[in-house]
Design a protein around this ligand. Structure first.
Ligand code: MG
Length: 394
């Protein structure tokens, strides 16, 4: 029995990339014209920063144990998240044993139910939870994947998300997922352009490489259905997050209406076992895509994944670097993983949370061996060159 306890929790913010990967300098592909629910307003159509996609910034949570060991994690949440940790959640964390992860989660979630449940509160709970797993791994000198039951395969295989699937293919990835540029407000002309871009990429990558469209909640049911049928001849493997996340009814209809064999995937902006239960019981999608930094953390992802297993759904977590890798390598129902191409032109592999983490592993030739994850905790360190601010204390 571990008697090591948690002495202190501290919350920091940091700007410029990191876990808030939308927080990039101008000229990055992730800030090019991408269809969003705000695209109906021409003044917010050309970049996502224009409507504030990067306002939150990165949240860093550190937990320090009585033996001096420090665990940490990062997610999107910034100053609001830091306030929640310092002013509210700290009381459920400090003084507990490092093994009491389940109890801490339950207290954090239930104590915030009246203003939480989803969004930035759950991002924040996720960050604390991941920091606790990192701490437990470091105290026990074991990688998190060992705490989860150990790898079920020797390596991870990745598809790449970014503007250049053609380059991702050359780099050895199994597929490429592109952002959709034009939304319904741009009418027939926009739809034609979306399909023309897919056709162009298909001719660049050949027949067998996976191509997917990420629609980032931007479409309506009719547009999404027409896009899916138009995309069939160019072998679109899946249509992702086509509708707003609250439209479970729309997703269920879309899944019935897409061409046979095309997958409907979603879930990166869904949270907790209850949100994913709705997605699964309403037959909304084929693959669920929880983000471990946004869905409730690893403690909750374990439950979501078990539920998915019983529904014969695959779980392919959204982004999240090492926090996803340690999970995916331990799951039979997570056969591959996502890698976000964070180079500004999507033309080289750089660490996903660049520049915030040191020792962050990246795929080589689209793969990563399980042994790349064989370090205590999540196996990463904070880059001392990134300037952390601690806006609140307790
Ligand atoms: Mg997505």
């Amino acid at each position: 029995m571990s008697e090591v306890t948690i002495n202190q929790v501290r919350a920091y913010t940091v700007r410029g990339g990191g876990a808030d990967y939308h927080d990039q300098a101008e000229g990055h592909w992730i800030d090019a014209q991408i269809a969003t629910p705000m695209s109906k307003y021409p003044e917010y159509r050309m970049t996502r920063r224009s409507f504030g996609l990067n306002v939150l910034g990165t949240l860093v949570v550190e937990v320090e144990a009585s033996d001096g060991t420090v665990g940490f994690a990062v997610t999107t949440g910034g100053e609001i998240g830091a306030w929640i940790v310092e002013k509210h959640l700290a009381r459920f964390i400090e003084g507990k044993r490092v093994t009491e992860i389940e109890k801490i989660w339950d207290q954090m979630f239930n104590a915030t139910l009246y203003y939480g449940r989803k969004g930035v509160v759950i991002n924040t709970i996720s960050c604390v939870d991941l920091a606790l797993w990192d701490l437990l791994g470091k105290v026990r000198e074991e990688p998190v994947h060992q705490l989860l039951g150990g790898p079920v395969r020797d390596e991870l295989t990745f598809y790449a998300t970014g503007a250049r699937p053609d380059l991702a293919k050359q780099m050895g990835f199994i597929g490429g997922k592109m952002p959709l540029a034009h939304g319904p407000a741009e009418g027939e002309e926009g739809l034609k352009r979306n399909l023309a871009h897919l056709a162009e990429m298909r001719s660049a990558v050949g027949d067998d490489f996976w191509l997917m469209y990420d629609c980032w909640m931007s479409l309506d049911l009719n547009y999404a259905t027409r896009l899916a049928h138009g995309a069939q001849e160019f072998g679109l493997k899946w249509i992702e997050e086509a509708l707003p996340p609250d439209d479970y009814w729309g997703y269920a209809q879309l899944k019935r209406d897409v061409p046979k064999g095309m997958l409907v995937n979603t879930g990166e902006h869904e949270a907790t076992r209850w949100g994913f239960r709705l997605l699964m019981e309403m037959e909304c999608c084929d693959i669920i895509q929880p983000d471990v930094g946004w869905c409730g953390g690893l403690t909750e992802l374990i439950k979501i994944s078990a539920l998915a297993d019983a529904h014969n759904k695959l779980v392919v977590p959204h982004g999240s670097s090492v926090y996803s890798y340690h999970f995916v390598i331990t799951r039979h129902n997570s056969p591959f993983a996502e890698f976000l191409m964070m180079a500004p032109k999507a033309d080289e592999v750089v660490p996903m949370f660049n520049p915030l983490l040191l020792d962050e592993p990246v795929p080589k030739n689209g793969r990563m061996s399980a042994s790349a994850l064989d370090k205590p905790g999540f196996g990463v360190r904070l880059n001392p060159e990134c300037e952390l601010a601690r806006p609140y204390t307790h």
